[in-house]
Design a protein around this ligand. Sequence first.
Ligand SMILES: C[S@@+](CC[C@H](N)C(=O)[O-])C[C@H]1O[C@@H](n2cnc3c(N)ncnc32)[C@H](O)[C@@H]1O
Length: 248
Amino acid sequence: MAGPLHFDALAETYEKARPPYPEALWSRLGELGVLRPGVRVLELGAGSGQATARLLGAGAEVVAVEPGGALAARLRQRCPGARVVVARAEDAELGGARFDLAVAATSVHWLDLDVVLPALHRAVVPGGHFAVWRTAFGDPRVRTRFRDRVDAIVARRGDEPVRPGPGELDTARWAERLSASGAFAVVHVEEFRWRIDLGADQVHGLFRTFSDWTADEAAAAGRAARDLGGTVTEHYVTPLVMLRRGDA
Ligand SMILES: C[S@@+](CC[C@H](N)C(=O)[O-])C[C@H]1O[C@@H](n2cnc3c(N)ncnc32)[C@H](O)[C@@H]1O
């Protein structure tokens, strides 16, 4: 199943299998001064709380918007300190609340930016920020035997039309799109490259959560990891685009 509600149907797997974000990203948010105790954060597409828990842990007050009912229920359980709004970012009723920081963690590609950016410009205070990041699962610069097997699974799709995936890994293009309206200006762009060891079961679960992968393909990825010794080292990229609210 492809589409934004794919994740909700797999809420439990999502929570268990998706890896956390790299520590260097969290350090940078602190160094840039956008994440600090007492900061008011609006998080869009919070899922089961992978980023929310860390935002709360840094002392932020968090309003977390998540359209999936099952994910929102997990989010409430995992992050009781957050106010959870079950809605699409495009429709969320925030009652005129104002925020110092908006966050979209691996969710911006699901948002209608023509609607969301003007709404964020109203919701974020002057001088406030919008932090956008996402993890790309598979660093195109690093080849591994496991990645060869992943490519072989994808190649079996043959001539079928390209499935809607999570969006291009072109950070400069994202920065341009996010700032084109003038509502926000880019102040920092950085790509965090990191790696993680995954067991075969986690590979299976993680690939199952990808909106452009079928259940059979995810099982094949799990088998590939098992064939390669049961644990594989994956190389990931997490690009961060930090924007500041424009005055206009
Ligand atoms: C890949 S998940 C990321 C979840 C979480 N932020 C994380 O870091 O793991 C994408 C999330 O965006 C949510 N989503 C999809 N369309 C959305 C929309 N229009 N507004 C807000 N969230 C949306 C999905 O339900 C899902 O929870």
